[in-house]
Design a protein around this ligand. Structure first.
Ligand SMILES: [Zn+2]
Length: 81
């Protein structure tokens, strides 16, 4: 065919390899980011799972408490939640 066809085909090798490496790199970055976000979400729930903030005074109250020790607001126990 054309004399330049061989040269183009030879050039397509490294270029395709670079494109493949770029795609693989992007996929790796996305996977690592998703895994890190999932681990971080599990690692830091923000507060103790056994404590809930009082709607009135904002004090952290145990889920098992019947009333807020700060303001006396009746709390609804949510066991298992
Ligand atoms: Zn309270």
């Amino acid at each position: 065919m054309l004399p330049t066809f061989g040269f183009v085909a030879w050039m397509a090798g490294p270029i395709e390899m670079l494109l493949l490496l770029g795609v693989v790199g992007v996929v790796v970055v996305v996977v690592v980011t998703v895994v890190l976000l999932a681990v971080r979400r599990q690692g830091s729930p923000g507060a103790s799972p056994n404590l809930v903030p009082c709607p009135d005074c904002g004090r952290l109250v145990s889920r098992a408490a019947n009333a807020c020790p700060g303001c006396g607001r009746p709390m609804t126990p949510t066991p298992g939640a």
